[in-house]
Structures are given as C-alpha cells and as structure tokens.
Design a binder for this molecule. Sequence first.
Ligand code: DC
Length: 221
Amino acid sequence: MAKEHPHIVIAIDGPAASGKSSVARVLARKLHYVYVNTGAMYRAVTWLAIEKGVPPVDAVRVQQLLHYTEVTCGVRDGESTILLDGVDPADHLVSEAVNSNVSAIATLPDVRRLLTQKQRAFAFDYDVVMEGRDIGSAVFPETRYKFYVDASPEVRAQRRARQGLQDSIAARDKVDSSRRTSPLTIAEDAHVIDSSNLTVEGVVGEIFGRLKQKGLPLGEL
Ligand code: DC
C-alpha cells in the first residue's frame, strides 16, 4: 500500500487513445494542479533503451541501464518532465519505435517499481492530475478521486490516425491488460466514462460533477 501523501491526487486511467491525456491536461489546468503524464515516463525509458541498444525485452540489461542512469523528474509550466542523465527525450516519445516497444518495457517489474516511486513523489509536493494505466489501482489506490476514461476501439483508432501517428493500439492494449505487474484494469471504486461520443470539455464536465459530489473544493470553477 502506498504511503499517505499530503496532496490531492486525481487519477485518470484508461487504454491507449481513449482521450485521457487531453482530459487530464485540461482538468489540471483548470484546477491549477500539476499534470503528470506517466505514459511519457515509460516512453522515456523505452527511448533510452533503444538509444543505448538495449533490447526492451531484456529485463536484466534494462535494469542495469537504469541503475547507471540518473532519472530526474520535475515540473515545468504545470506539467511533469523527465530527464535521463540530464537529457530531455520529449521530442522522441511518440516515434514508431517507442510506440512499438513501450508495452514491453512497461511489463518489467523493476521499471515499474522505479517509476511508481517517482510518480508517488510528485504528490509530496503538488496536487496532481495523474494519467496512466495503474494510477487508481496501484500507484495511488488510496485516493478518493479515480476515473477510468474509455472509448470504443473504432473511435480510439480514428483518434490516433487523426494525430498522424503510427501506433498499433490494439496490440499495446493487449499487452498492457495482460501483464502480471499492475496491468491496465478498472479500479473497483473508479468512475468509468465512455468518451466515444463526448468532447474533451464534456468529459471534463462529467469529472467536475463527480469531484463536486465527492466534496472536493472546486472554488468558482
Ligand atoms: O499513455 P501512453 O499511451 O503514452 O502510455 C504508453 C505505454 O506506457 C502504455 O502502452 C503502457 C505504459 N504505461 C503503463 O504501463 N503504466 C502507466 N501508468 C502509464 C503507461
């Protein structure tokens, strides 16, 4: 069980291209919370492995690589950042190579342990909207504010295509949902939202309604 943390955590989980990133970013901006994109953290480690010629399926070598790499998380302009030995990989995170290898990296328990620690550390300093696959189920199981944003496979495929990205989301979802450690799952107490026929604002509105019901002080919003 995660340690108690002094700040508010809004967990937003869901499969690839469900719209959760846009929703989480808008929500964080409105609330003046920090937006934490945990997928970017798994993508950053994937990029590092590819850069260094380490096969993403080789648990031992990936672990060695991380042991010798300084992983620094921070916040810039209200959003999470990650640096690897001082290098910001942001421009490389949605490449085809990263898309097709990130699920393999995300199955490795040592990688998950390290990134989970970093994710929890954000909530020691900031109120956060954190998006991912296991935020409500494994990273912050104790938070009262959990959402699972979904959309039909057709809508999700269309969204990725519109972004002009090569991404086999069905294959990624399969690996993400079936891995042993912290698989993509709907936390028991999560509020599920089907975003297939909703705009980003529509989903954010539904989340706001729910947060109010749960007594989160939202001021004038
Ligand atoms: O959200 P995304 O598509 O950028 O995430 C990329 C991959 O990272 C996703 O396929 C699975 C993994 N991931 C994870 O395992 N746990 C998280 N909390 C976030 C992402």
